[in-house]
Design a binder for this molecule. Structure first.
Ligand code: AMP
Ligand code: GLY
Length: 423
């Protein structure tokens, strides 16, 4: 089987790496990939959807997998499906679950899925009135549209919440994405990432993961795309899994069918657990990054089938096996992340002599380019060190031992990934 993967980050690298080990897979292409994906695949420099579909036909691509949200929201799946090409991801209509937070919140309300109480509006008066009526602080203010993960402001008091609302509505903070605004109550709990792979009808829930969004140890400093993740997390018990299934996944699939856009692809459920109760913070219509990077190595058998049977609406016949293990991923970022870009700098990796480390850890590359056979860190999140072990502690030790073998100028990473599980 030939695969085309759309995207170029660590998430896409990890999907490609997992597929490259599946016997059913022959050739993998990336559009556009990064400097390291060429180790096991071919990079192509095409971004136009029609040209990608032509490429898929000419090169006998059996399955296209879309990594990031932007092409999904822009309708790549609709275009491929209209040409009878298999593609993993939700349609443009279904992608509104991530593309519009107002749509998502109204969907949650209409289908009785637990979420923070809120108002969504383009009317400043209405939004201010909701803020004045809120009994608790801080107050959460969100821009409706896609803002590259930056459209959420946690305001410490009503005045600052109102300032955030005005800035968004005026188009100052997030352009058109702030034309509509959501204000919601703050939920005080711990966050989880749960991924349900859906084919419109059936679903498979992957082991629950936890991301680390802040740049600094102990969850301090500004938000990032995610500085590390681990799975499965012991912060989830059978009761929570059951509730996610009954109160979130099933009503979402039913609801999306009723909305006329059955959900196909991966549904990323961002959850907040407050005193044992689940609340949906958000949906994303793609895998989390870095969560994907630690979920892929936990799949023992059936990774190709997972994607293929989703795209061909046959999940009920899926045979998938997970390792009875834990994975921890530590993001190694460049010097100025997440504030500004950094100067490209060469990556040096020590030879791994410890056999145990070699067998239980690996690198997932993200922000890298290749020149004259050498890898350069090009900024942002550069790579991840992944450790797999019989316990979270063991997996974490492998991940951190590996990170000690990697050198580039300005290398920066959190030292406490998985701390909530090891408290
Ligand atoms: P979102 O993009 O909606 O997931 O928001 C980004 C981050 O903001 C989340 O991962 C949470 O850490 C935080 N957040 C969003 N909504 C809330 C809320 N209602 N209560 C507390 N934290 C929130
Ligand atoms: N890791 C969170 C995200 O991908 O949005």
């Amino acid at each position: 089987m030939n695969i085309l993967i759309i995207g170029s980050g660590g998430r896409e690298y990890s999907i490609g790496l997992a597929l490259s080990k599946d016997d059913k897979v022959s050739n993998i292409y990336f559009a556009t990939g990064n400097g390291a994906t060429e180790e096991f695949a071919t990079n192509i420099d095409i971004s136009d959807f029609n040209k990608l579909a032509d490429f898929a036909k000419t090169n006998s691509i059996d399955l296209t997998i879309v990594g990031p949200e932007a092409p999904l929201v822009d309708g790549i799946v609709d275009l491929f499906q209209s040409q009878n090409l298999n593609i993993f991801g939700p349609s443009k209509m279904a992608s509104r679950l991530e593309g519009s937070k107002a749509y998502m919140k109204n969907f949650l309300k209409n289908y009785n899925i637990p979420t923070a109480s809120y108002i969504e509006s383009d009317n400043q008066k209405e939004l201010f009135a909701f803020i004045d009526n809120l009994k608790t602080t801080p107050i959460v203010v969100k821009a409706d549209g896609l803002c590259g993960g930056k459209g959420v402001i946690i305001a410490p008091n009503a005045n600052e919440a109102k300032e955030a609302v005005s800035g968004m509505l005026a188009g100052e903070s997030f352009g058109d994405a702030g034309n509509r605004v959501i204000v919601e109550e703050f939920l005080d709990g711990y966050e989880l990432s749960v991924f349900a792979i859906c084919d419109g009808e059936d679903y498979v829930i992957l082991p629950a993961a936890q991301d680390h969004k802040r740049i600094g140890d102990g969850d301090t400093g500004p938000n990032t795309g995610g500085m590390g993740a681990y799975a499965p997390t012991p912060l989830v018990n059978e009761k929570i899994y059951k509730e996610v299934e009954e109160k979130v996944v099933k009503p979402t699939l039913e609801g999306m069918k009723k909305e006329g856009c059955p959900y196909e692809g991966v549904l990323f459920i961002g959850l907040m657990i407050v005193n044992g109760e689940i609340f949906v913070l958000e949906y994303n219509v793609r895998f989390g990054d870095p969560e994907c990077e630690i979920l892929m190595p936990l799949i023992k058998e059936g990774v190709f089938e997972l994607f293929y049977k989703t795209a061909t609406k046959d999940l009920k016949n899926l045979k998938i096996k997970f390792f009875d293990k834990f994975a921890v991923g530590v993001v190694i970022a460049s010097q100025n992340y997440p504030y500004s870009s950094s100067t490209p700098t060469q990556i040096i990796i020590d030879e791994i002599v410890d056999e145990e480390l070699e067998q239980n850890s690996h690198i997932v590359y993200a922000g890298v380019t290749r020149e004259d056979g050498m890898l350069f860190a090009t900024g942002g999140r550069v790579l991840l060190c992944i450790g797999v072990g019989d316990s979270i502690e063991e997996a974490r030790n492998f991940a951190y031992s590996l990170s000690g073998q990697i050198h580039f100028m300005g290398k920066k990473y959190r030292k406490d990934i998985a701390y909530q599980a090891l408290k």
